[in-house]
Design a protein around this ligand. Structure first.
Ligand code: HEM
Length: 131
């Protein structure tokens, strides 16, 4: 790769560029209330996570995109689906939804700063009540 200019900056061969996808994913020019935890924002939209929509790149994009994308999605979906299918979830006594702290820990991967504490209540399938 030869030297080129990007937004007025000279980029030299062998320069390591890091794309700040964290900031892109919170850019108010592209996201309504970006800091709000609102997964429903994806429900009716056309934006997905496969690297074609540059405002949302959890798996990167292009030639170095994550090769484990399908395994990653399967693991997350399977785990979440089982947790939601087998249990109802309630907050500990005295805690409200607005008390949930969504702050993040910084690091190579993002973790919640304070663990989510929920109480699982085993879901009773209608067929289990039949004797
Ligand atoms: C939800 C789960 C996962 C997420 C969010 C994720 C995310 C990412 C991201 C953002 C990158 C960097 C892409 C880039 O530089 O543009 C990456 C790279 C990579 N991921 Fe994943 N990943 C996940 C699961 C997995 C799994 C399950 C595997 C393997 C079994 C895997 C293997 C890799 C490898 C080998 C790379 C380096 C690719 C390269 O540099 O050419 N990932 N991943």
């Amino acid at each position: 790769m030869s030297q080129f200019k990007l937004f007025g900056y000279d980029v030299y061969p062998k320069t390591l560029l890091q794309v700040n996808v964290w900031a892109i994913g919170r850019d108010p020019n592209y996201w309504h209330n970006p800091e709000e935890f609102f997964p429903e924002r994806f429900a009716d939209g056309s934006i997905d996570f496969k690297g074609q929509h540059f405002e949302f790149l959890p798996f990167g994009a292009g030639r170095r995109t994550c090769p484990g994308i399908h395994m990653g999605i399967a693991m997350v979906e399977l785990t979440l689906a089982n947790l939601l299918c087998c249990f109802d979830w309630k907050l500990p006594d005295g805690m409200k939804e607005t008390d949930i702290d969504m702050d993040e820990e910084s690091g190579l991967t993002t973790h919640k700063k304070f663990p989510l504490k929920l109480i699982p209540v085993r879901y009773q399938w209608p067929s289990e009540n039949q004797t």
